[in-house]
Structure formats: structure tokens, C-alpha cells
Design a protein around this ligand. Structure first.
Ligand SMILES: [Zn+2]
Ligand SMILES: [Zn+2]
Length: 463
């Protein structure tokens, strides 16, 4: 079915009678594998396969979520870029980024040094967080992507291939090399008034690495990867016999949700399957990727409420307590997040000041207020602005990781601005609370199931 026809023939609005099902006459026999279901609102978009031409996107007409984006030659391009990223990884993290010189004294450091110094200053939690998000997860992302695309390129499927692609999917937002690059630029801007900065090989390798990592996300077509994995598995007859095989409904219609049609969509690989209630404590597994199958994320609202409230509690000490201590000629001075922002505005670096203000204060506040709005909207079963709320949630998901910026900046300044008695920079307790805020809001976004917005609105229509 051509893309434009498939999308335009759908009427996504709630039916006027208030009932969610449509006339049986317009229904078609079920082939759950061929269904197109929106993962963000659970609506069945098409009852047959939808062809998405290369360079086009399939967008859900109800919640505006991009369901699929078809890319050109995704396997070879992903393989080439992930290999380049792996080659650049070691020099980017272990070579000297830059040297700071002031009054004949100098200090230099690599990305790895900035993490090592956090461990030395006994900020173990923050050090682990920076180590994981700044180094380990980006490395895992590249390695997993390289191994999966190599398997697909050689048309060989190992037992680990679906497992590796599933873990790439989960780690995608936790690898934060792009945020780290912006942190390097912020650190440079902060120091360039008072010190001479000499850029070193590590700096240029890191820029190359970030460009390659952004490239991998642009060329990767996860949907095509999963389809190839499934085709190879079918060839080798490796399909798990324990696939959930509940009795499928006879007929299914567009405009129904997958849940109402007795189906479940895998949150990782988006495969649609007949749903079978599993015994308590035992979740059914997706036969394609091995991920857990739930029609809705269990305990989604309670977990999200708890995490948002934790973020609110941590937000105050994160902003009131100093995040770093600067010692100039033996005189200590503490600096909060707001002090750092004021410094940039007063010294004329409005762009950087605005970036830190946005990443450190506006983004966490926006995430907390946005998630509260969504939670209250579900609680009150509100019907209005549903598409806007769905877009708001995806925006919150997108901006979440950028709050780590200030944590990275502090760790870099500690590594690069240690000039003995003249001046030293050390982390302070506020940075730990700030990390808690970032983590709470990121986990809150992960635990929130946006399909509940539409369920709540429907339950208001059909009490
Ligand atoms: Zn949708
Ligand atoms: Zn799956």
C-alpha cells in the first residue's frame, strides 16, 4: 500500500458515537506481523504493510510521532561509520585535549584525566556517572552497532545479534559524547580570558568522534535492521518456539488501539504480536528481540510520580549549594550554578551563558513541569490538547540528556585548571544533587508510558 494512501485514508479522531471500535464490515483479517501500529499512542494505522520510500517518514496522524524513517543503504553506512568511531575512540579519550598556560605555569588533561580527577576528589557517584555517560556507554554504543551491522553485512546471524541491537536501543540516550563536546567548548570559553589555551590532538579527535557518532544515528534504520534480523532468523529457523501465541482476534480495524484489538507491540523492536496474559512475575518475551512484552509499562504512573517528586526535592540543593570551589592564591570561593551563569553574562559571553542557563536550570525545570502536566492530565482524564501533550513528551525525551552539561563542565575544569597554589578548581556537593536531578528526570521520562494519555482520554469518553 503506498504511504500517502495508507495515511490519508485513516480517520484518527475518536468516533462520534464514543465507541472506539469501527464497523466490522470495514475490518480485515488479522496478520499481526503486517500491522502498522504507532508505538507512542498504540493506534493501529494500517492493516497491511506500509511502504516507506527511502528518505521518507511515516508519521502517526494522531500523535505526530515518527514511526519509521527509511534510510539509504543503512547496513553498509552504519558499518563504515561505527568502525571509524571505534578507531577514533581511544585517541579522543586518552590523548591530551588541550593545555592551559598562565604565568609560566601549565596544566593539561584528556577526557580520561577529567574522570580520574573526580575519583581522586572522592566524588565517586559523579565520577561513575561521568565515566559511564562520557566514555563507557558511547564505546558500547559504537561497538554494539559495529557488531550488529557486521553480522547483517555478512548475512550471518548469531544468537547475540538481536540481543546486541536491543541493548544499543536502550543505551542510545545514555551515551552523551555530544553533550561532552559542548562542555569542552564551555570550559574553553570560561578559561580563555585568563589563560593561554593550546589545542592538542585529543581535541580534534574528539570533534571527529562526535561528528561520526551523530552520523551513525542519521544513517541507522532500526526498523530495517530488525526486519533483516527477522528474515535471517527465519532462514535459519532460529525462531523461538516460546513466542507468545495467545489466540489472535479474528478481525482488526484501523482506529483501534493494539491493546483493544488484543495485541501487544514490543517497546524495543516494535513488532506487533497477539497478547497472552502471562502468570504473575513472568513477562512474555518478544520472539524477535527478546525484550519484555507489556501492553502498557507496569507501574508507569506511580514510578513516574515518585521520580518527578524526587527531582523536585533534589532541585533546590542542586541550585543553592556550590557545585565547585575555586581557590585563587589560597583564597577559596564557592560557585553555584547561578554564579557560573552570572559570570558568563557579566564577561560578555552571552551565548555560553544562555547555553548553561538553558541546560542547567530551564531544561530540568521544563522537564519537571512538563511531566507534572502530563501526569495530572492522565489523572484528570483530560481530553483536550492530546496531540500537543504527545509532542511535549517527545520534546522532554529529546532534551533530557543535555542537563548533564554542567556536570561535564565542572569535571573538565577540575582536570584542566589545576595550577597548584596559584589557582585550583574542585567539585563541591551541589554537583552530586544536580546529578540526582538529571538522573531522576531521565528515569521519569523512561518510566512514563505516553500511551496512557490516550487511554485516559478514551476512558473519559467511554466511562
Ligand atoms: Zn501515534
Ligand atoms: Zn521486540
Amino acid at each position: 500500500m503506498p504511504l500517502s494512501k495508507a495515511v490519508t485514508q485513516l480517520d484518527w479522531r475518536f468516533p462520534p458515537g464514543g465507541s472506539e471500535t469501527v464497523a466490522v464490515a470495514s475490518a480485515v483479517p488479522l496478520d499481526s506481523g503486517a500491522l502498522t501500529v504507532c508505538p507512542a499512542c498504540d493506534m493501529i494505522l494500517a492493516t497491511g504493510p506500509v511502504e516507506v520510500p527511502v528518505g521518507s517518514r511515516l508519521i502517526c496522524p494522531r500523535c505526530r510521532n515518527t514511526i519509521r524513517e527509511s534510510k539509504k543503504d543503512p547496513v553498509r553506512r552504519t558499518l563504515a561509520l561505527s568502525l571509524t568511531g571505534l578507531i577514533l575512540f581511544l585517541p579522543a579519550h586518552f590523548l591530551i585535549l588541550m593545555t592551559f598556560k598562565v604565568f609560566g605555569m601549565q596544566d593539561q588533561g584528556s577526557v580520561f584525566d577529567s574522570i580520574r580527577i573526580l575519583f581522586r576528589q572522592d566524588y565517586i557517584f559523579v565520577a561513575f556517572l561521568v565515566l559511564l555517560t562520557g566514555m563507557i556507554f558511547p564505546l558500547l554504543r559504537l561497538a554494539l552497532l559495529f557488531l550488529v551491522s557486521l553480522d547483517l553485512y555478512r548475512q550471518r546471524l548469531s544468537r547475540l545479534t538481536p540481543f546486541m541491537l536491543r541493548w544499543y536501543h536502550h543505551l542510545e540516550e545514555w551515551g552523551m559524547s555530544e553533550v561532552y563536546l559542548i562542555a569542552i567548548l564551555v570550559a574553553v570559553t570560561k578559561m580563555h580570558h585568563s589563560t593561554l589555551i593550546i589545542y592538542d590532538k585529543g581535541f580534534f579527535c574528539f570533534i571527529g568522534l562526535v561528528a561520526v557518532m551523530i552520523g551513525t544515528t542519521l544513517v541507522l534504520d532500526e526498523h530495517a535492521f530488525w526486519e533483516r534480523i527477522e528474515a535471517l532468523a527465519a532462514q535459519k529457523k532460529q525462531r523461538s518456539p516460546a513466542a507468545p501465541a495467545g489466540p489472535p482476534p479474528d478481525r482488526v480495524s484501523p482506529r483501534q488501539t493494539a491493546m483493544a484489538a488484543g495485541l501487544v507491540q514490543c517497546r524495543t523492536c516494535h513488532k506487533v504480536l497477539p497478547f497472552r496474559q502471562s502468570p504473575p512475575g513472568l513477562a512474555a518475551r518478544c520472539p524477535r528481540c527478546g525484550g519484555r512484552l507489556h501492553q502498557r509499562r507496569p507501574q508507569s504512573l506511580a514510578t513516574t510520580w515518585a521520580l518527578v517528586l524526587s527531582a523536585i526535592i533534589f532541585f533546590l540543593p542542586a541550585n543553592l549549594m556550590p557545585i565547585m570551589k575555586v581557590e585563587f592564591l589560597g583564597v577559596p570561593k564557592s560557585s553555584t550554578i547561578m554564579d557560573g551563569i552570572t559570570y558568563f553574562f557579566q564577561s560578555g559571553s552571552f551565548g555560553i551563558g544562555l547555553i548553561i542557563l538553558t541546560a542547567s536550570i530551564l531544561v530540568p525545570l521544563f522537564k519537571i513541569i512538563g511531566l507534572l502536566l502530563l501526569l495530572l492530565s492522565i489523572r484528570c482524564r483530560r481530553l483536550n490538547w492530546l496531540t500537543h501533550k504527545a509532542v511535549l513528551f517527545r520534546f522532554i525525551e529529546f532534551i533530557g540528556r543535555w542537563s548533564m552539561l554542567d556536570v561535564f563542565v565542572v569535571s573538565l575544569l577540575c582536570a584542566l585548571a589545576d595550577f597548584g597554589f596559584f589557582t585550583t578548581i574542585k567539585t563541591a556537593a551541589g554537583v552530586t544533587f544536580f546529578s540526582f536531578v538529571v538522573l531522576s528526570t531521565m528515569f521519569a521520562t523512561i518510566s512514563f508510558d505516553p500511551r496512557l494519555l490516550w487511554d485516559a482520554a478514551l476512558s473519559n469518553l467511554n466511562p
